[in-house]
Ligand binder design. Structure first.
Ligand code: FAD
Length: 585
């Protein structure tokens, strides 16, 4: 093996990821403890990548006097099919209004306003009140640009184009003492010793053929956390957004047309131009939650009632072209770039993998089960239960990012900078450098495409034990084949090597998703089993936990704690009834 360059540095607080969670954590930690040394590490450029920047529709917060925290909480828990950690959800909802004020008054964001000067809040699906704060239909750019400026103003050190590769144990083996990074441009290694590490790499289910997240996100944080023994919860819960653009083989396929289009009254039609949501959710129709709408579209498509390119149509033309162009300029432009006129004609869309509700188990202070490891944003689990409401995602990353920053700022006080386990560093480097020393073998890009097809076909919107089992076998085979990938050249700015590292993470996390999906023998929220189409409240009002054990994986169920809201008696939903009727046809 070639001799790698390894530098070692120390910091008090290491933040992995620079989305909403990472930057909020940095700013809050700086404010709470200005003397603390903070270091942000990001796979790309600060604030330019990740999904917070991609937020379109907006941010849920209770601001209007006719709205209430209880209503937002109920919407979130019902939307999450009662699987949520209710204390985390309550923390989200009660802190979100404060964060909106902070974003405007301290960070410098401008959100759209009503004529009377109050903040305009728009309709989002699955909610009983119009509470989504926004800046046009490209809210994330406003939030991230302002947060970046605040980070620059404070000169918080940042390592751009540095990829976190592994969380590092202290020599004792217990807890987390920092991380191993790769400098992507130079191809060198950096060990960062840290009193506290925040994982905020934004998960992102990019292991699916149709997917919406920022492309550099490859579940690295979750894979790293798994390897060091973090505890996970509800990894089967993958959200599919109903309206991903369909543009053939273009990389734009899968990118999201925002939820506000349905919120404002957009219609969905199948290939026969029938408004099929009447069948699946006759009350909420297109304003039903994402899980229901996505699965309804999927069922139409697999029943042969799809559009010519295998999707369905979203139509907002009845709202008037000038209304659509005024209220959704970003979506109109995105469609126009692809040759579609969203304001005047139906556009073909398809469900697209969007968000991971599952992730690392945290408490309300963002602490994981491992000493020294905090987690915030999409890498963490529990807030959204079985289905995330649109508008609760960016609220989650900024609320819990801020909380993590506050808590870490006090956690580090009086602590010494830990040593890291050198043997672990060398083991990891040997493992990830291995592709350079192998004879020519498998092509990493082909394996990546196989993985995306496998997860789409066997582990996406409608799951079945036999499909999930064959997904497990397929993943094991891909893992074996990945051990035969040869990477040419040097580690310096090597896209093929980075892709192999991406594949490594995605395989680990895909395996977790599939294993957990096999355990949940019912349908709930985003997880639908065609062999168990009913919601099994008597058996499955339980969270599925998962943790690495030796070279294997241990899974166990534990009852959800209904600390604030009890679930109602269960009865089959319109979607379940429609599915069973279709099966009978
Ligand atoms: C198209 C789209 C639209 C959305 N619209 C909305 C919306 O309207 N409302 C809403 O509430 N939510 C929305 N969401 C969801 C929302 O964006 C996320 O819930 C939230 O922003 C996640 O924030 P985060 O900080 O956890 O992660 P991100 O913002 O994704 O940030 C993750 C960061 O980690 C970095 N990173 C990744 N891997 C590594 C690594 N190995 N080493 C170092 N750095 C790494 C990334 O580059 C990035 O900087 C949308 C998502 C998408 C994809």
């Amino acid at each position: 093996m070639r001799q790698p360059t390894i530098e070692v540095i120390s910091t008090d607080i290491l933040i992995l990821g620079s989305g909403g969670a990472g930057l909020f954590a940095a700013l809050h930690a700086f404010e709470a403890n200005p003397r603390a040394a903070i270091l942000i590490c990001v796979k790309g450029l600060l604030g330019k990548l990740g999904c917070t920047r991609m937020v379109q529709g907006g941010y849920n917060a209770v601001l209007h006097p006719s709205d209430s925290l209880d209503q937002h909480f109920r919407d979130t828990i019902e939307g999450g099919a009662y699987l949520n950690d209710q204390e985390l959800a309550w923390t989200l909802i009660t802190t979100a209004p404060e964060r909106i004020r902070e974003l405007e008054n301290r960070m410098g964001c401008f959100f759209d306003r009503n004529p009377d000067g109050t903040i305009h809040q728009k309709a989002f699906a699955g909610q009983s009140f119009d509470r989504t704060v926004h800046r046009g239909d490209l809210t994330g750019i406003e939030i991230m640009t302002r947060l970046m400026e605040q980070v620059w103003r404070r000169n918080i050190p940042t390592l751009e184009d540095h990829r976190a590769i592994e969380l590092l144990h202290p020599p004792s083996g217990d807890g987390v003492a920092g991380a191993l990074l790769v400098d992507i441009r130079r191809g060198t290694f950096l060990v960062v010793r840290a009193k506290a590490t925040l994982l905020a790499t934004g998960a992102g289910p990019t292991m699916y053929k149709m997917m919406a997240p920022s492309a550099e996100k490859t579940t690295d944080g979750l894979a790293m956390a798994y390897r060091v023994g973090a505890r996970f919860v509800d990894m089967e819960m993958v959200q599919f957004h109903p309206t991903g653009l369909l543009v053939g083989d273009s990389g734009m396929s899968g990118t999201v047309l925002e939820e506000g289009l349905r919120g404002v009254g957009g219609h969905l039609f199948n290939g026969r131009l029938e408004r099929y949501m009447e069948k699946y959710d006759p009350v909420r129709l297109e304003r039903s939650t994402r899980d229901v709408v996505s699965r309804s579209s999927y069922l139409e498509i697999v029943a042969g009632r799809g559009s010519p390119h295998g999707g369905v149509y979203i139509d907002v033309s009845h709202l008037g072209a000038s209304f659509v162009e005024h209220n959704f300029p970003g979506m109109v432009e995105r469609c126009r770039d692809m040759g579609f006129d969203l304001a005047r004609e139906p556009v073909e869309v398809c469900p697209t993998a969007h968000y991971l509700m599952g992730g690392v188990k945290i408490d309300t202070a963002c602490h994981s089960n491992l000493d020294g490891l905090f987690v915030a944003g999409e890498d963490s689990a529990g807030v959204h239960g079985a289905n995330r409401l649109g508008g609760n995602g960016v609220a989650c990353s900024t609320v819990f990012g801020g909380i993590a920053g506050d808590r870490i700022a006090t956690y580090i006080v009086g602590k010494n900078t830990p040593e890291v386990d050198d043997a672990q560093v060398h083991r990891v480097i040997t493992r990830i450098m291995a592709p350079f020393d192998r004879p020519r073998g498998e092509d990493v890009y082909i394996l990546r495409d196989h993985l995306k097809a496998l997860m789409w076909e066997k582990g996406s919107l409608v799951r079945h034990a036999s499909d999930l089992e064959s997904a497990q076998q397929g993943l094991a085979l891909l893992r074996e084949r990945a051990q035969h990938v040869h990477v040419g050249g040097s580690p310096r700015l090597n896209a093929e090597w980075q892709e192999w590292l991406n594949l490594d993470s995605l395989l680990t996390v895909s395996n977790m998703i599939v294993a957990s999906a096999l355990q949940r023998k019912e349908s709930r929220g985003a997880h639908f089993r065609s062999d168990y189409p009913g919601t099994g409240n008597s058996q499955y009002l339980q969270n599925i936990y998962l943790q690495r054990e030796g070279e294997g994986m241990r899974l166990w169920l534990s009852p959800v704690q209904f600390t604030r809201l009890q679930p109602p008696a269960s009865h089959p939903t319109a979607l379940e009834q429609a599915y069973l009727a279709q099966e009978g046809e």
